[in-house]
Design a protein around this ligand. Sequence first.
Ligand SMILES: [Zn+2]
Length: 708
Amino acid sequence: MSVISPAVDATQNSGNPPSVKTFGPSNPFYAPSTLPFEAPPFDRIKDEDFQPAIEAGMAQQEAEIEGIANNPEAPTFENTIVAIEKSGQLLERVMAVFSAITSANTNPDLQHLQTIEAPKLAAHDDFIYLNSKLFSRIATVYQQRASLQLDGESLRLVERYYEKFVHAGAELSETDKSELKKLNEEASTLSTAFSNKLLAADKEAAYLTTERAALAGLPEARVSAATQAAKSRKTEGFVIPLQNTTQQPDLVYLSNRATRQAIFERSWNRAERRDANDTRDIVARLAQLRAQKAKLLGFPNFAAWKIKDQMARTPEAALQFMDAIVPAATARAAREGQDNEAVIDSQHGGFQLQPWDWKYYSEQVRKARYNLDEAQIKEYFELDNVLQNGVFYAATQLYGITFKERHDLPTYEPEVRVFEVFDAGGKHLALFYCDYFKRDNKRGGAWMTAFVEQSRLRNHLPVVSNVLNVPKPAEGEPALVSFTDVITIFHEFGHALHGMFSEAEYPLLAGTSTARDFVEFPSQFNEHWALYPSIFANYAKHYQTGAPMPEDLATRIRKAETFNKGYDMTELLAAAELDMQWHLLAPSTPLLKPDEFEAQALEKTHLKISYVPPRYRTTYFNHIWSGDDYAAGYYAYLWTQMLADDAYQWFIDNGGLTRANGDRFRHMILSRGNTQDLGKAYEAWRGAPPSTKAMLKYRGLDESAFSK
Ligand SMILES: [Zn+2]
C-alpha cells in the first residue's frame, strides 16, 4: 500500500490563478442567459470568466445598496426592502454557477480563485448586513409594518430582513462591527482552506493495493472500477477512493480483515496525517472564532446564535430532542452489535467487533435474516430506470408533473443530463439537471443546487440540479445502483421538488431558502415513496430481462428497512452531538486539540461507542466547517426525519399516494418556501404539531420493533 500522489494531476492545470480579464459583453455572465429558463450557457463559460464577473457583480450590488441606503426619500417597503431584493442579480447569476462548479467539477485554478474570492465575498456580505444607513431604513419599515397593509409574504419579507440584519450584527457599535468583519473574513478564509485540504485529503487517502488478494470478496464490477480508478490516476493496481463518510461502502464485501482495517483507518485519519492536508489547526481556530463571534453578537455560544431563527429556536430544544432518542438508538445499536459478534464467534473469528467489521458482518446478519444479496438486488436498480420510472413516476402520480429530456442545452460535463419539467396542464415549470456519477473533481456526498432561483419578482422559473456520487460503472457496464443510492436519488429529488414548486414573489423566501431544520424535510419525506408498493413495482425491474422484482425479494427488502437502524441513528446522533458540542463552546475557550475534544464530547453525550463511530469525524466534517450553514445545524437531519416520517404518516392515514394528497402538500408546504412561519404552516397542514411517534416506528426504534 502506498500513498496516492497529491491532488494536482498531470492532466490538470498548475494552479495559477486565471488571468483577470476586463468585464464586458463578451463575458457569459454579463447579461441574463438567452437560453430557455435562463439556463447557464455552459458552452460559453470558461474558468477565466468567473473572476471578472464576481468582482463586477460585487461592485454592481455595492452601488445598488449605496443607492438604496442614501435615497433621500423616506424609507418605504418598495424603495428599501423590494429594492434590496432586486439588487445583486449579476452576482447571483455568476455565484450560482461558480458555487455549483466548484463543488461538482472543480480544478486547481478554480480552487485558487475560491481562496481569493471567499474573503472578498464575506466582506461583501458585511458591506450589506453591517451597513448602518441601510439597516436604519429597514428598521423604520419594520417598525411601521403593521400600518403598511402588506400581504402576508411581503410582511414576512420585512420581518426576515430585519431579523437577518440583527442576526448578522447590524445593531453593533462601529468598533464591534469592524471586529466582527475581521472574524468573518478569517472564518471564511479558513473554511475555504478546510474544503480544499479535505478534497485533497480525501483523494490522497484512497486505498491503493497491487495485490488482487487484498480485494477478496469484492464483486467483479467493483474490482473493474478499482482498476479504472487506478488507471485514471496513472498508477498500477487497484484504487478504492474514499467516500466522505466514516464508513466506506466496499467494507460490506471485503473478506480480508486487514484490508477492511486499512481502508477504515485511511478514512478515519484522512485529515490528520500531519501533512499539508491536516485540518486540525483550522478546525480548532474556526471553533474559537465562531465562539468569539457569538459573544460579540450577544450570545453565550455560537449554537445559541445560530439556532435562534431555526424551527427549534434554542440549542436546548435541539439537545433535548436528541437526548431523548439516544437511549433507544444506542440500545438498538448494541443489540445489532451482539448480532454481528454472534456471526464472528460462529465463524471462530476470535476477535472483538471493530468499526471496520461492522458492515461486513451486519451484511451477513442481514443476508441470514432477510436473505438479501446486494449484488442480486442491484440488478433491479438500473440508474436511468430508477430515475424515470421511480423518482419521476412518483412525482407524476403525486403532483401531475411530467418530464422530457433535453439534449439541446449545454452542460459542464457530458455525463450531466437535463430534463424539462412540465406542470399538470403542460405549462413549463422548471429545468432539472442531474449529475450522478462520482468524479475525483467533485466533492463527496450528494446535494441539490439551483442555477436559477424561482422568483415572480424577477420573472424567474427555477433551474435546479441534483449532484450525487454514485460509483461510475466500468466502461460498457450498466449503472446498477444500491438501494441506498436509490434512496439518495429520491432524497435529492425531494429537494429539487421544493425548488421547482416554489411560487414565491421574493427570492429571499423562495424554494429551499428555509430554516436548516426544515429544509431536509421535503427531501426525507420524498424518500418514503421509494418503497411505496405501486411505485416500487414500477421501477424495480431487472436490467436485462425487465422482469419485475420477485414479490418475495421485494417483501424482504421492505422488511429489511428497519435493519441496522440502531447503527444508522447512532452514527448520525454522534455526528450531530459532535457538531453541537463544538458550537456550545464559551468564547474564552483556548485553542482545543480536536481529537481530545471529540473523545470527550462523545463521552459526555453517551455516544462514545467503540463500534459505532460518528458518521463524520471532526476533521472531515465538511458540513460544519466548509462554511457555517450546517454549523450547530447537523441535528436538523434528525429533526427533519421527525417531520418527514410524521408527514408520511399523514399520507398513509389519508389514502396514501393520491393527486389530491400530493396537491394539498404541494400547495400548503412545498410551493411556499419560506413565505410563511414554518412551524405554523406545518401544523396547519398536519392538523397537529409534529411528533416523534412515526419516526420511532419507521426507524425501528419503538417498543414493538424491540420485541421482535
Ligand atoms: Zn438533503
